[in-house]
Design a protein around this ligand. Structure first.
Ligand code: ABU
Length: 371
């Protein structure tokens, strides 16, 4: 890949997206069919309390119960209906038998699901980059997207995979526990090979922002920097989250000049200096989930309570936001956005909300610098 390949998208390119806010034209939305509870490997369970870890050993590798899948699927259908009504082309990955045990020469696992395309794939300009994900249970997640990526490739998109990681035992600290508040950051993974989840990155034209996390190491960031070349600048942002995994509930660029940050995990003083020219606002605390129907979601959620920040921009003005999060809806309206509320909390046991559940394939716009 040469640098110039990223400068603008060939016209018409089926894949073209430089930012989180250019007008959205086409998107991949996750699929819940066949979803399996991810393996009980340390990289998955390190943040569970001891009792949940024990229970999880029995449950891991089994299908998600219908009690979780059915309401989540209803909400997913409604989310896709809203996207289509707003003029967006929606595509979904294929169904895969995630319960199948797969082996490499070093280890074996079952799969997980394809609920969150954001984690495994990064779209930069006209290129789809497959990330070298650190969770063994996600090693073959790309299979669900093969047909779509092949179609985009046939129509002219660039398609790259980062070096396939070994995910050997040596990558993980099997005794890892998150550091207590105020102690130096450390991670369940080390630097023995490059790994990253695409959801640890967010895109603002020529500038991309990344966080180190329990699935993204410095070598992974270095690989991406080398791959993208001089056309892009990758800036690392510091988070104080004790369990960092995915930047999209921590550091959320909404539009040119508008950045939303998580009040618990980001300090405006430690933002990269280039944000001095941007308006940075601290997100509101999440509203508690209503009791009753969402109790099961509360107990089985795979995300933090800050998933209220995980919004999806349709363009610089319109934003899809979770409907139980009244404080977030008011915050975004006060800031000049047009909010589109959608119920989606039942999706969180599968790993995310609107941003995680999607991969924007095409947004109308050109490569620019916003700083
Ligand atoms: N996959 C995004 C999760 C972020 C969070 O748990 O806050």
């Amino acid at each position: 890949m040469t640098d110039t390949a990223h400068d603008s998208c060939d016209d018409p390119s089926p894949v073209c997206s430089y930012t989180e806010w250019d007008p959205l034209e086409e998107i991949i939305v996750g699929r819940l069919d066949g979803a399996v509870l991810p393996s009980s490997h340390i990289a998955v369970t390190y943040r569970f309390p001891p009792v949940r870890r024990l229970l999880y050993r029995v449950a891991a590798g089994h299908r998600y119960p219908g009690l979780l899948v059915r309401p989540a699927r209803r909400q997913l259908d409604e989310f896709m209906r809203i996207l289509e009504e707003e003029g967006v082309t929606v595509r979904q990955p294929d169904a895969v038998r995630w319960r199948t045990v797969f082996k490499t020469p070093l280890w074996r696992s079952r799969g997980f699901c394809s609920a969150c395309p954001r984690d495994g794939f990064l779209v930069v300009g006209n290129e789809i980059i497959e990330s070298p994900m650190a969770w063994r249970t996600r090693h073959f997640e790309g299979l669900a997207y093969r047909r779509l990526f092949q179609m985009y490739f046939d129509r002219g998109a660039h398609w790259t995979a980062a070096p396939r990681p070994e995910l050997a035992d040596a990558l993980y600290d099997r005794h890892y526990r998150p550091p207590p508040a105020g102690r130096p950051q450390r991670y369940v993974i080390n630097e023995s090979e490059p790994v990253f989840d695409a959801a640890d990155l967010t895109r603002c034209g020529r500038d991309l922002f990344v966080q180190r996390s329990n699935v993204t190491n410095a070598k992974g960031i270095d690989w991406l920097r080398g791959h993208l070349g001089d056309t892009y600048r990758i800036h690392e942002v510091e988070t104080t989250c004790p369990n960092p995994m995915h930047i999209d509930s921590t550091f959320v660029p909404l539009a040119p000049g508008k950045l939303m940050i998580n009040p618990a995990w980001m300090r405006s003083e430690s933002l990269p200096p280039l944000f001095k020219s941007w308006e940075v606002r601290t997100a509101p605390d999440p509203d508690p989930l209503p009791r009753g129907a969402l109790d099961l979601v509360r107990w089985t959620s795979m995300v933090s309570k800050w998933i209220n920040l995980n919004v999806l921009m349709l363009d610089e003005r319109r934003v899809i936001v979770e409907e139980t999060q009244g404080s977030m809806i008011r915050f975004l309206r006060d800031w000049g956005f047009e909010t589109i509320p959608c119920a989606f909390m039942h999706y969180t046991p599968f790993g995310g909300s609107f941003h995680c559940a999607t991969l924007d394939v095409r947004r109308r716009g050109e490569l620019q610098s916003y700083f």
